[in-house]
Write a protein that binds this ligand. Sequence first.
Ligand SMILES: C[S@@+](CC[C@H](N)C(=O)[O-])C[C@H]1O[C@@H](n2cnc3c(N)ncnc32)[C@H](O)[C@@H]1O
Length: 192
Amino acid sequence: VIVGARATTSPDFLLVDIPGTSGRLDVLLRCLRAALLVSHGLRRDTCVYLVLLGSSDQPRTVRVDGSAAKYLRPDERSLATLLQKVLRVSCDGDGWVEARPGVTMARGGLEVALTHAGGQPVLLDESGEDIRSMKLHEDVTFVVGGHQGLDAISLEYLQHAGAQRMSIGPVSVHADDAVTIVSNELDRRLIV
Ligand SMILES: C[S@@+](CC[C@H](N)C(=O)[O-])C[C@H]1O[C@@H](n2cnc3c(N)ncnc32)[C@H](O)[C@@H]1O
């Protein structure tokens, strides 16, 4: 789950200036790529939730399911174009609306994402427990902040939900690099 505290829910951002016109959706798109795309394929066992909180009265969550997604390309511009198409789809009712193959969207923010994902929430946090010594539940949902980290309301919600905190190392890295490091750690633990 990637939380974009300022990420827009409007499709009217400029592809030639994604960072400057979208509330840093570029950070979320790089996280999406890092979480889902591998060399010559997709992680079919992974789902990514992009939580867009930038239009504060109407947060949206976009879910990309690696088992069903099609035509995902690794470059940021293609992913931004996909997200623009998704954000043009009407999402006024309750529940998840399918916007593209394997890509759905719902009203609401972090609570909606965590409820749908299930699993033990684990917040990536520089001051958390070291990933190398941390024992993880079998069913885990990782939560990562955007370029400004987590907003206060999301942090409070995670605390209330009993989220564990996990550090990937002593240096605060870019969010997509954090995702890559966690994926690599899981690969090392799970693929023999
Ligand atoms: C660029 S960092 C944001 C750092 C920013 N200084 C802040 O106010 O949180 C984006 C996200 O990457 C994750 N992250 C970055 N470095 C990390 C580390 N060493 N351990 C755990 N998570 C990290 C955190 O989830 C963080 O919210």
